[in-house]
Design a protein around this ligand. Structure first.
Ligand code: GLA
Length: 682
């Protein structure tokens, strides 16, 4: 099945919007795509108003021609359903399907995503255009996969949503007693005696109910998933052989539980746009790719992925996913677009590929002259093909072609970082003791510490098998039900090591606090009890023994078997434990009661990994050189990415697939460059 999009090569290409260009440009596009060895393009993402200019009146002539041109050029198509942007006529005919914000404002047509995913008329129209496209193109020879919608993530509070939310709550809680208990509604007179009294969490006078907000997030993720699934099923019915996916947008503002969604897609696909420039872009890239690989392990792809052309046969093929969108040349920071330095786009692409992506795709193929995103970067920029960016994309196409064999390898890691969407959502509640709490930032800080120390890591969700991991890290994994607590205990009882950061295991799945001392779910494993929180001001830091500092958070920790590794220096916590270690069977559990500065965090994970018997991927790699390994039985591939502006020498052996030059004991990476070594049999 997945063979339809898999020609044995890594994918190169991106969003292609022929509807924005005259037919003459399509021919030039295909010629340029061939030059850049583009082999997959996403077509039609926002083309609804051009496909169905009036209700029930279709215009497929242009798309027929474009698909044929692409097919003749040997370029495969991820054909999108255009449902992320209904046409103006739809919004006019169905004002009840326009989205309503939490404070009751109904949004209007004029941008994109102006629909409510719970509105029956929207859902019917979305099914309609999806079914029409399926009927026409499900057997088109250019069709490699279906790309449903775009970046599911927008919310709504209209009456349709409210009715659907109540139905979802009845399913989840059964009766109002259970809902009242879960949401602790005796607080502030919120006790419900009729389902009709329950609304979505609208703008209100003061703090909203944490359980209510959390359930709304879960409900909305399920609602968006249902909207995806009904399109997927129509597309599958037309031709079961064509894989179906949708592109995930990342960020904990996104009301989507991506791990849960992964079971419903044939291929996990993510869009990734780093938001910071210096160094952070590389760290964010690595984290996004590790997240995607974690989701892919939940999906169909693992079972369906064919072997790489040169790869050995193996029973358990690597978890594959696809970087569906990235930026050819810009990093969009707050208020400014930073132009990527030469080579940086390729390094970002290779970082994704090293971590399991089946290629590197971009938004967008050609930069448009008009429209809201006219200054977004593109593989063919406004300047045209005679440009640095296009030349780099041609080089990337060549690079990806040389790397086809690496798809046989699985990205290896002995450290697991645990993450679940609901914990991130719950930490955002404004009634938390600090407005600085940010679950995704905690995940990123732990990941950054491991990344900078050179360790590979997998991102897992509670319940995932942990047998391959020596060290499990819980970065502010706030919610823990019995199953999650049991999962962590089993890991430690089996001899695994554990590193837990503050606020992990503090609350149950409804965000109610586990009583008796924090962190209720893990205090026995950690050998301690936290009595009081001491959140820090935004510009405050605490000193730690050993010279480091802590930010955001501190706590009164009482030892119950654990030993201090570091203590607070000064202030009310002077001399009290800040970081602890506890021996449990043959494993060690570590606790961080504050957010250590990056250097201290890095030293701590290095020590925890050393005790757990885990080595960095390439211990001799100099600072600024990222190393990632993909391995298959008898073979491995070492990706070395030089993020510095100087050449770097790395002790290594193997054949550099990018240059064809053997590395015998050492490889020299050009400034900002990379090597991918097929290592000698290990
Ligand atoms: C997202 C969308 C694209 C485009 C890019 C811009 O990923 O899917 O349509 O808006 O962002 O970065």
């Amino acid at each position: 099945m997945v063979g339809m999009w898999d020609d044995g090569r890594l994918c190169h290409g991106g969003d292609y919007n022929p509807e924005q260009w005259p037919a003459a440009t399509w021919r030039e596009d295909v010629a340029l795509m061939r030059r850049a060895r583009v082999n997959l393009v996403t077509v039609g993402v926002f083309a609804w108003s051009r496909l169905e200019p009036a209700p029930g009146r279709y215009d497929f002539g242009w798309l027929d021609e474009v698909l044929d041109l692409l097919h003749d050029g040997g370029i495969r198509v991820a054909l999108a359903t255009p449902t992320a942007s209904p046409p103006p006529w739809f919004s006019l005919a169905h004002p009840d399907a326009l989205p309503v914000t939490a404070d009751g404002v109904r949004l209007h047509h004029g941008s994109r995503d102006t629909y409510c995913a719970a509105a029956p008329s929207y859902r019917a129209a979305a099914r309609g255009i999806a079914a029409t496209l399926a009927a026409r193109y499900a057997h088109h020879p250019a069709l490699a996969m279906w790309h449903v919608h775009n970046e599911y993530g927008t919310t709504c509070h209209c009456p349709h949503t409210e009715a659907a939310f109540r139905r979802w709550l009845v399913d989840r809680h059964g009766d109002l007693d259970a809902l009242n208990a879960a949401w602790a509604t005796s607080f502030w007179s919120q006790h419900y005696t009729d389902w009709a009294y329950v609304s979505t969490p609208r703008a209100t006078q003061y703090l909203g109910n944490p359980g209510h907000l959390l359930d709304f997030r879960r409900f909305w993720s399920d609602t968006l998933l249902a909207a995806y699934v009904e399109q997927r099923d129509l597309l599958k019915a037309a031709n079961p052989a064509v894989p179906v996916t949708t592109n995930y947008v990342l960020g904990d503002w996104v009301p989507v539980d991506h791990a849960r969604w992964a079971r419903e897609v044939d291929l996990v696909a993510i869009d990734h746009y780093p938001s910071v420039v210096d160094g952070g872009a590389e760290e964010q890239t690595a984290l996004a790719a590790d997240l995607a690989r974690g989701w892919a392990r939940h999906g169909h792809t693992r079972a369906a992925t064919p072997r790489g052309p040169a790869g050995p046969t193996r029973a358990d093929p690597p978890a594959t996913w696809l970087l569906m969108e990235s930026a050819a040349s810009q990093i969009h920071t707050t208020g400014r677009a930073h132009t990527k330095e030469p080579g940086r786009m390729a390094r970002h692409s290779l970082s994704h590929v090293a971590r399991g992506s089946r290629g590197a795709m971009f938004f967008q193929w050609r930069a448009p002259a008009g429209g809201a995103e006219r200054f977004h970067s593109a593989l063919v920029p406004h300047t045209g093909a005679d440009s640095r960016v296009f030349r780099e994309s041609v080089r990337l196409g060549e690079t990806l072609d040389r790397l086809a064999e690496i798809t046989a390898g699985e990205t290896t890691a002995s450290v697991a970082l645990a993450w679940d969407a609901a914990s991130g959502w719950a930490l955002r509640h404004p009634g938390m003791p600090s407005a600085l709490l940010d679950g995704h930032a905690e995940l990123a800080a732990a990941h950054r510490a491991l990344w900078r120390a050179g360790y590979g890591c997998d991102v897992v969700v509670p319940g995932d098998p942990l047998d391959r991991y020596r060290l499990l890290v819980l970065p502010a994994l706030y919610l823990a039900d019995d199953a999650t607590a049991g999962w962590v205990h089993d890991h430690v009882e089996a001899g695994g090591h554990l590193l837990v950061s503050y606020l992990s295991g503090v609350a149950d799945p409804h965000a109610r606090v586990h009583l008796g001392g924090y962190p209720g779910a893990y205090r026995d494993l950690l050998g301690l009890r936290v009595e009081e929180f001491h959140p820090l001001a935004a510009d405050e830091q605490v000193l730690l023994s050993g010279g480091g500092t802590g930010r955001i958070w501190s706590e009164t920790v009482h030892l119950r078997g654990a030993e201090p590794v570091g203590t607070y220096v000064g202030g009310v916590l002077d001399g009290r434990p800040a970081v602890t270690r506890h021996r449990v069977g043959t494993g060690t559990t570590w606790y961080l009661s504050t957010r250590p500065d990056d250097g201290t965090y890095r030293r701590l994970v290095t020590e925890a990994a050393r005790v757990a018997g885990v080595d960095p991927v390439c211990p001799a790699a100099p600072p600024g050189v990222e190393a990632v390994r993909r391995a298959a039985p008898g073979t491995s591939w070492l990706f070395l990415l030089n993020h510095t502006d100087r050449p770097q020498r790395v002790p290594a052996d193997g054949l550099d697939l990018l240059t064809g030059v053997p590395a015998d004991g050492e490889v020299t990476l050009p400034a900002g460059g990379a090597a991918v070594l097929r290592e000698h049999p290990r």
